[in-house]
Design a protein around this ligand. Structure first.
Ligand code: TXA
Ligand code: MG
Length: 320
């Protein structure tokens, strides 16, 4: 990681102020309904390069381009394919990202040199205000240092990026808590590349031949990279009975542990939405308090639980 990056970070509650930084090719962290994003002008090579640098992210892992209006896609994508059009009508703005053929005027560096580009229109009002105020496409990966769990609060984004970005827009805790559903819409039938709050069933209800098959690595470069990982070791367990309590262990799940089982960090979520909403902040709380083993209760993988278990499995694999 470069140490020449240390800069003053300006904190604000005003999306128009944050937008000014992006318009001037500076970086601003902003909230969305999924997770916080680290935004820069997608049409500026220098701004996009500084995103990779601020995150410590390999430039082969492409970024998502965010827009506040469909018209802003004109310099981003070469075409909106029929399946993408259908998903946009059903789910924009919302927690979904569509991969489309890249427009030749969009800097290649945005999508790691690929001839495709991922696009998304978030639904959180303050995010839309920022994007509409910028009026340009905004490249934004999740606002975390590469390899760490995504940030779902501005404080967690600041923990990773204070001093590495020009501005942090303080907004609400991310409602969904997991990154957007990513769907490749470049081929004859859409392919789910990353599960999220918009489930395969919901996608299939709009375009019936949507599938999850062959998530081959060249299509989804993000799958090559480690993700979402706290420092602690992660154990996936069906029931809290298998979690070993202690002052260096954490538990998260829907079922409550025994009353006399004490964990350093413990989250008993009310339902799968709540579990997803709290997962990444729980991982960060575990890191902050020195937890070395985290127990995550597994759920039956339907709907949102499929996305949740995907993130937990990746974290379990990547954990150091
Ligand atoms: O919810 C989200 O999507 C958040 C918020 C900020 O919008 N953003 C986010 O960005 O999660 P990031 O960079 O952390 O994840 C982007 C994912 C990566 O897995 C990346 O490989 C994939 O999208 N992706 C981006 N462009 C792609 C492309 N052209 N083809 C295939 N996958 C792509
Ligand atoms: Mg990310």
């Amino acid at each position: 990681m470069s140490h020449s990056l240390r800069m003053h970070t300006y904190f604000t509650d005003d999306p128009v102020e944050a937008a000014e930084f992006i318009s001037n090719d500076k970086l601003a962290v902003f909230p969305t309904e999924t997770v916080y994003g680290l935004g820069g002008n997608a049409l500026s090579v220098a701004a996009v390069e500084s995103i990779y640098e601020a995150k410590g992210r390999p430039s082969s892992n492409p970024l998502i381009v965010h827009v506040g209006a469909i018209a802003d896609l004109s310099r981003v994508v070469k075409e909106i394919t029929p399946s993408a059009r259908a998903f946009m009508e059903a789910f924009f703005p919302g927690p979904i990202t569509l991969v489309l053929p890249r427009h030749s005027s969009l800097p290649k560096v945005v999508s790691g040199g690929l001839d495709t580009v991922a696009v998304r229109m978030p639904s959180l009002p303050i995010a839309l205000q920022l994007l509409r105020s910028v009026g340009l496409p905004v490249a934004a990966p999740s606002a975390n240092i590469s390899g760490r769990p995504s940030a779902t609060t501005w404080q967690s984004a600041a923990e990773d990026l204070d001093g590495r970005v020009s501005c942090i827009l303080r907004g609400p805790k991310a409602i969904v808590g997991l990154e957007s559903t990513v769907v490749d819409c470049t081929g004859r039938s859409p392919i789910l590349l990353r599960p999220g709050a918009i489930s395969l069933d919901a996608l299939s209800a709009v375009v019936p031949d949507t599938s999850t098959d062959a998530p081959d690595i060249s299509r989804s470069p993000g799958l090559r990279h480690h993700h979402y990982a706290p420092s602690a070791h992660i154990c996936i367990i069906p029931s809290p009975d298998e979690a070993i309590p202690g002052d260096q262990t954490g538990y998260i799940g829907l079922a409550p542990p025994h009353a006399d089982d004490q964990f350093k960090q413990c989250v008993v979520a009310h339902h799968v939405e709540d579990y997803s909403h709290k997962l990444f902040e729980f991982f960060r709380d575990c890191d902050r308090s020195g937890v070395t083993t985290i127990y995550c209760q597994s759920l039956v993988e339907t709907g949102l639980a499929y996305a949740l278990m995907d993130r937990i499995r990746r974290a379990a694999k990547a954990a150091k």
